[in-house]
Ligand binder design. Structure first.
Ligand code: DC
Length: 214
């Protein structure tokens, strides 16, 4: 057993603030696995597009969330097919927040997230409701923020398909607004969460700061 046995680090925050990057870097330093729960909501949104199920169809989407075969690691496998790139498409970006707002979708994915963690001896998990809902007993809770313009520029730099940094930033802001104002598990810092502004920090600086809190 490592000295990090059973450690859970829960990372939430706004879109494009660097949650996945920080989660991956922390997991590597600590010898833990990490789970990108946004990829799970994206996979459900993609499956819905592929099956012609509307983002407003709660029961249809809940059925998808409960029954698809889903593996989220370095690659994302949906019913055995590699959808790592497809879940980042503009179509999924445009529908995923509405898909994620349905309580039935969230119930099914939260169950999968807890099962994923239950068979691991500690983990870094990231999303929108990790510390508020899914892992309220996490030893360390982080809430990441960053300036909108910087988030738009970072996302734009990652994807050749995006129109322009300003348009990317506007889409991120729309998603934040939707995710923060939904009824089910709205995006917000959990009590006791440490708020980290990643606007001007390097990944290495952030990792060192977080490790200092353990
Ligand atoms: O982290 P991301 O941008 O890939 O997440 C995509 C969407 O999924 C995001 O707009 C809100 C939703 N989501 C959620 O509701 N709860 C989570 N734990 C993770 C993501």
């Amino acid at each position: 057993m490592s000295d990090r046995a059973g450690l859970v680090i829960a990372i939430d925050g706004i879109a494009g603030a660097g949650k996945s990057t920080l989660a991956a870097a922390l997991a590597e330093r600590l010898g833990l696995e990490y789970l990108d729960t946004g990829a799970m909501y994206r996979a459900v949104a993609l499956a819905a597009v592929q099956r012609g199920v509307s983002p407003s169809d709660g029961p249809g989407l809940s059925e998808i969330a409960a029954t698809i075969s889903l593996e989220v690691g370095k690659r994302v496998l949906l019913d055995g097919r590699d959808v790592t790139g497809a879940i980042r498409s503009a179509e999924v970006d445009a529908t995923v927040s509405e898909v994620a707002a349905h309580p039935g979708v969230r119930e099914a994915l939260v169950e999968r997230q807890r099962q994923w963690a239950a068979v691991r001896d500690g983990a870094v998990v990231e999303g929108r409701d990790m510390a508020t809902v899914v892992f309220p007993d996490a030893q360390l809770k982080l809430f990441l923020v960053a300036d909108l313009q910087v988030r738009g520029e970072r996302r734009f730099a990652q994807s050749a398909a995006e129109p322009a940094p300003g348009a990317v930033a506007a889409a991120l802001a729309r998603r934040d607004e939707y995710d923060s104002n939904r009824q089910a598990a709205p995006l917000r810092p959990a009590p006791g969460a440490k708020v980290l502004d990643t606007t001007n920090a390097s990944v290495a600086e952030l990792v060192d700061q977080v490790l200092g809190w353990l």
